[in-house]
Ligand binder design. Structure first.
Ligand SMILES: O=P(O)(O)OC[C@H]1O[C@H](OP(=O)(O)OP(=O)(O)O)[C@H](O)[C@@H]1O
Ligand SMILES: O=c1[nH]c(=O)c2nc[nH]c2[nH]1
Length: 193
């Protein structure tokens, strides 16, 4: 998606440790007009596929998934929580994922009442790097007996391999910008086309 690539080029910064900082528009300050364009692009890509629900993971996927839902007939969005809470009750699907930016493991929790057997679920997230977050969501869908209809990602860091492994496993992954390489010393970002 050209507009997203342009924003990454002009406002993104490359940090050591394979971190692309896009907090001016994607995952700290949020540009909802851009999110709307992203939702439209995913709706075009996944047109014809049944989507009953969108599933994402806190925190950064939530805003993007909510705006995307407007392009999928206002289906409910559910976000997996990364901490137990007295506000979580009843039976839960629980798995564990390693967080790329926080560099530690988190529980990933979805209440069983919000994910049902037979549902077709679109996974949405802001970043795809090693694929840990998505593997956690896929695991939860498997346990629920739900089908992963597809995966919509804003920014994939292709060089980390998580996206290509998911594609090799048969998932329809639509990443709106795929960073093929980036260099923290020069700031150069090369996109895959
Ligand atoms: O493909 P992966 O290697 O799993 O990386 C992608 C995940 O990393 C980020 O989550 P993170 O927990 O770092 O931060 P967040 O709270 O901003 O969502 C991002 O939001 C994705 O969920
Ligand atoms: O802001 C972010 N930048 C990244 O490079 C990244 N990788 C995973 N999750 C990420 N979030």
């Amino acid at each position: 998606m050209q507009e997203l690539e342009e924003r990454i080029r002009t406002e993104g910064t490359v940090k050591p440790g394979n971190v692309l900082k896009v907090d001016a528009f994607l995952n700290h300050q949020c540009d909802v007009a851009l999110f709307d364009q992203m939702g439209k692009a995913w709706a075009e890509h996944f047109a014809g596929k049944r989507v009953d629900k969108i599933l994402t993971i806190e925190a950064s996927g939530i805003g993007i998934a909510c705006v995307a839902a407007r392009h999928f007939g206002n289906v409910p969005i559910v976000f997996a929580k990364k901490a137990q809470s007295i506000n979580l009750d009843g039976d839960q699907y629980v798995t564990t994922v390693y967080s790329f930016t926080k560099q530690r493991e988190f529980p990933v929790i979805v209440s069983k009442k919000f994910l049902n057997e037979g549902e077709h679920v679109l996974l949405i997230d802001d970043f795809l790097a090693n694929g840990k977050a998505l593997r956690g969501l896929i695991d939860i869908c498997d346990h629920a007996g739900a089908t992963v209809a597809g995966i919509g990602i804003a920014v994939e860091k292709g060089f980390q391999g998580g996206g290509d492994q998911l594609r090799a496993d048969g998932f329809d992954v639509d990443s709106l910008a795929i960073v093929e390489s980036m260099d923290a010393s020069t700031g150069e970002i090369v996109f895959r086309h």
